[in-house]
Write a protein that binds this ligand. Structure first.
Ligand code: PEP
Ligand code: MG
Length: 574
């Protein structure tokens, strides 16, 4: 039966493909009693499920292509061994009999007890095996629930639509290596880091779909319209034909945009604009080149610190930064120091938990409290500066005192490099992110002490409007056109321009073509965004005549009503 679900589109484009549910079968486990006469049958149902999972795994093992990584075979063997272990294949049967409960519940009880035992283990490697046990149990539970188990991820993901309840930024970074056609989740806000990463996969993505993961079954045909934030499940023939046409038109449009890749971004009245790329990992440089970006305006280094149990060494970081800088062949690379905390967490246990992590020990606050980690990163960045044009960007500045402490830490790094006779760029520009309202209000003072400013509108909106950017229940309040947000953005741009310091916007507002003209009208001449948006933003720049917009810009800034601002903006873009 065909039905439609609405969410928040975070990356445009249309995808048509089959759903790939990311396993959360454990969340679906119900608990019910089995009448004594049917207990034997329930045990048989469990045995059948185990047998069918075993068969699936054997089939996958047999069907592995020659080019599949060697670890894949070993990984499946491990899962077969776990499945055969009596703690999973026998003990749940005893629980079904003794508690007269359903098979899923019995298996879940047994899993909880195994997981608790794993948590006691000192050895990291063995403790890690816990996730293998969980994955095997999920397969059995899926079989019990009648969900077909799919072959292992890497074998089948191409062209599939990833459906998840939620994904952490750490999960999403792993999916970067796969080739899904689209990405949809039940929860998440438009500027959550997961959404940003989804966008950086450059495929249609929708978040905040509420119950999509429960409503969609594995392997169902679905249409994802990332522009409208709409998912159509099991579409009829006419809808499918219509969306195939729209998909072709979208792709044609993307092809057309490529023609302006080499064209300099200059407005009709001659104002030159820099369009830079935001990247997360060194391999994003390829997409940066393909977009025609004239530099990297934000390299989010924290992803180097995730999905691992140790800290990356200075050497490892140096290697990553140097690779990016060299690959950019002399174009500027703005490296942001570690912005960890809030929704971007480490696997290491060093971070203290907080009831309000977004207001806690995040970004520069964390770095100043961990001088050794900060020192290693700064040394790696300065060492890489010898190989290209690096700018250093400090996230989440709130007070001048934080800035002074950071500058001192930088001086110590420079001294240590001089002592070690290691070359570096001593004039490397140092900039600060304006993403806390206090910093925007104090932008003039920050501009005086820094070489450039960069406005992080994702956090600026979060902190100005008091809405957690990861919380879908308040996603409806997210509004870049809120008068307070616009005034803080304009104030910061004005302060930087007055001080003669470059200023850019590197939050998601920079990549939204509806906002390009308005930001140009505010005096912005540098935008940094996901590479996928650069050409569309460039087209807006090329079609903008700034002197003609002045009056409308004043009206937008004077407007106190987001609805009215929306109308004024539509006129501005007409
Ligand atoms: C921002 O807050 O706008 C920003 C660019 O930083 P991040 O999204 O990584 O927090
Ligand atoms: Mg931020």
């Amino acid at each position: 039966m065909s039905f439609t679900i609405h969410g928040v589109g975070v990356s445009a484009g249309i995808a048509i493909g089959h759903s790939r549910l990311i396993s959360h079968a454990l969340l679906e486990v119900a608990h019910y009693q089995i009448v004594p006469d049917l207990v034997a049958e329930e045990v048989l149902r469990f045995e059948d499920a185990v047998q069918s999972v075993k068969q699936d795994l054997v089939d996958i093992r047999r069907g592995l292509s020659k080019t599949a990584p060697a670890e894949m075979g070993a990984f499946i063997d491990t899962h077969l061994m776990i499945l055969a272990d009596s703690s999973l294949s026998e003990t749940p049967k005893k629980i079904i009999r003794s508690e007269s409960c359903n098979a899923e519940w019995a298996l879940k009880q047994q899993l909880d007890s195994i997981v608790a035992q794993f948590e006691e283990i000192e050895d990291d490697y063995l403790r890690e095996r816990k996730s293998d046990v969980v994955q095997v149990v999920e397969r059995v539970i899926k079989a019990l629930l009648g969900h077909p188990n799919q072959p292992a991820l890497a074998e089948q993901e191409s062209g599939m639509i990833l459906v998840a309840h939620d994904l952490s930024p750490a999960d999403a970074i792993q999916f970067k290596q796969h080739q899904f056609a689209a990405f949809i989740t039940d929860v998440g806000g438009a500027t959550s880091h997961t959404a940003i990463l989804a966008r950086s996969l450059n495929i249609p993505s929708i978040v905040a779909l509420q119950h999509a993961r429960n409503l969609i079954r594995d392997g169902e045909l679905i249409i994802v319209d990332g522009q409208q934030g709409v998912v159509i499940v099991d579409p009829d023939k006419d809808t499918l034909a219509e969306y195939r046409l729209r998909q072709e038109q979208w792709e044609l449009e993307q092809q057309k945009l490529k023609r302006i890749k080499q064209t300099p971004a200059v407005t009709l009245d001659g104002a030159a604009v820099e369009l830079h790329a935001n990247i997360e990992i060194p391999s994003d440089v390829a997409q940066t080149w393909a977009s025609g970006a004239t530099g990297i305006g934000l390299y989010r280094t924290e992803f180097l610190f995730m999905n691992r149990r140790d800290w990356p060494s200075e050497e490892e970081q140096f290697d990553a930064y140097r690779r990016v800088v060299e690959a950019m062949k002399g174009l500027p690379v703005t490296i942001r120091t570690l912005d960890i905390g809030a929704d971007k967490q480490f696997d290491t246990n060093t971070i203290r938990t907080s009831t309000n992590p977004a207001l806690g020990l995040r970004a520069i606050r964390f770095c100043l409290s961990e001088p050794q980690i900060f020192h290693a990163q700064l040394r790696a960045i300065y060492r890489a500066s010898h190989y290209g044009q690096i700018k250093l960007l400090i996230p989440m500045l709130c007070t001048l005192s934080e800035l002074r402490q950071t500058l001192l830490a930088i001086e110590r790094v420079k001294d240590s490099l001089r002592a070690d006779n290691i070359p570096f760029d001593a004039t490397l520009p140092i900039g600060g992110m304006i993403e806390i309202p206090a910093a925007a209000i104090g932008a003039e003072a920050f501009a005086k002490h820094l070489d450039f400013l960069s406005i992080g509108t994702n956090d600026l909106i979060q902190y100005t409007l008091a809405i957690d950017r990861t919380d879908d229940t308040v996603a409806y309040l997210h509004n870049p056109l809120h008068p307070a947000v616009l005034q803080l953005v304009e104030l910061t741009i004005r302060a930087a321009n007055k001080a003669g310091k470059p200023v850019s916007v590197c939050g998601e507002m920079a990549g939204d073509i509806k906002l390009t003209r308005m930001l140009l009208g505010f005096g912005l001449r540098q935008f940094s965004m996901h590479p996928a948006h650069i050409l569309a933003v460039k087209r807006q720049v090329l079609n903008t005549d700034l002197p003609k917009l002045e009056k409308q810009i004043r009206s937008i800034l004077a407007s106190q009503e987001p609805d009215k601002t929306e109308k004024l903006l539509a006129k501005l873009n007409a």
